[in-house]
Write a protein that binds this ligand. Sequence first.
Ligand code: RB5
Length: 148
Amino acid sequence: MTATAQKILIGSDHGGYILKESLKKFLSARGHEVIDVGTDSESSVDYPGYAMEVAKRVAADWTLMGILICGTGQGMCMVANRVPGVRAAVCNDLFTARMARAHNNANVLTMGGRVVGPGLAEEIVSVFLNTPFEGGRHQRRIDLFEQG
Ligand code: RB5
């Protein structure tokens, strides 16, 4: 599956570092522009800073997609969703990845580096990047929580 080339911000903590590195190669090889905000090793770090950095930049530029990886995907998702305009979704399976785009117009994908292997993660990312938002009633529902 190939997606139109996109600009992707990617970040992880130590729990997602190995998966981040392999996904960077996967995405770059498919023509995507990948901007890595760290972390740079498997040394223990705190995930909120990486999540905030990606989330704020995605919120400021609707053309960007974000990918955040920690041990489970949960902490990254919780932090990213604190930023208005960000719709982050934990997608550790293909169905959730498809629905997060089609129904929730997610703009940040989070995954667990201790949950999914590199093969499944590549499929999840591909589905996420290739699935369009369906709009319609789903936009109305998003408006209901984004506009307060
Ligand atoms: C780090 O041990 C772990 O808590 C973190 O990667 C993440 O899973 C948090 O949600």
